[in-house]
Design a protein around this ligand. Sequence first.
Ligand code: SF4
Ligand code: SF4
Ligand code: SF4
Length: 203
Amino acid sequence: MVPKIVSVAAIDSLLPQTQCQRCGYADCHAYAEAMHVGDAEINRCPPGGDATRMALAALLSHEPIGLSDDVDAYAPEHVALIDEAACIGCAACLPVCPTDTIVGASKRMHTVIASDCTGCELCIIACPVDCISLEPIATPANRVYATLVEREPQANGLRQQYQAHKARFAERAEAKAEAHAPKVLPDKKTLLADILARAKART
Ligand code: SF4
Ligand code: SF4
Ligand code: SF4
């Protein structure tokens, strides 16, 4: 358990907000929560690089340690590229993209807006026909910086995009649940009372 004075937000602020899940958690905030309660080590974030590990060590009074060897590597300065001829338009890549950088309608070809792509690879995992690859292109969203100060604008932008993404998909899920909710029909007694009231109003 880390000292109470260190908040989850303070830990989260040291993470790069790539939301790539390489740490083994659903997103950066979930990893921050796990570190906060002492369930996770400070060395599970490849996109954070040395800067994040050193900063976490300092914040949580921990010895600096190297990247854990059970997390997948992150390729900075790469973006996802969809082979548009092979894309079947299934839209499976849309909900997993933390920056909402894939565009396309259901059953239509999809494409990536490269400037917002972090190269997190979540779309590659989600695609059922393996038509997404990584290409070496540097964007404002996919750098690994040597210091947190240099990285701050990128991390802030990615956090905002991810929050907007979550809000958008939560709204959609709510609307879908509402549309599929069983209609509550009035019971017989209420129905009869309603018919009688309407008949009385007519006379
Ligand atoms: S960027 Fe780091 S902390 Fe965030 S989800 Fe990826 S590995 Fe986890
Ligand atoms: S398009 Fe880029 S940011 Fe979106 S899921 Fe794919 S790799 Fe990640
Ligand atoms: S998951 Fe693959 S096939 Fe489906 S829309 Fe995305 S790129 Fe196309």
